[in-house]
Design a protein around this ligand. Sequence first.
Ligand code: SME
Length: 151
Amino acid sequence: MDYTILHQQLASLAREERRYVPLLSNAAALLYHSLPHLNWAGFYLVRRDELLLGPFQGNVACIRIAPGKGVCGAAWQQNATQRVDDVHAFPGHIACDSASNAEIVIPLRQNGRVIGVMDLDSPFYSRFDENDQAGLEEFARILENALILED
Ligand code: SME
């Protein structure tokens, strides 16, 4: 998978609008419809002391995630990408969609703080490899450099 075009498409969208609702909505659509074998792609944003569901594509998802809970909460608390080959083996995994078997969650940072996470789920075990991680981390860097959290 070559992520170059995806990065260019995201950068182009970010040049047009940086506010989080349109930018994250289009970013979720771009991911979901460009990458094969996904059943969910989207964002959770840090709001007070929890992660709150943001723009996404896929099935209805859990609305709030506490710090350290599930894969998303771990990515937030550890400030580190979580690439999980088998979510059923991940302690505390939150099963929003029973179709999910693999997951990657990447923190979004601004001013040295995690402001949210980007979450992709797949029905395929070990769906995400090192190349996907590198491509998605670069995608996240483009987003966090552009993102304006105010309405
Ligand atoms: N499975 C995630 C929760 C979010 S959903 O996948 C959309 C987790 O364990 O953090």
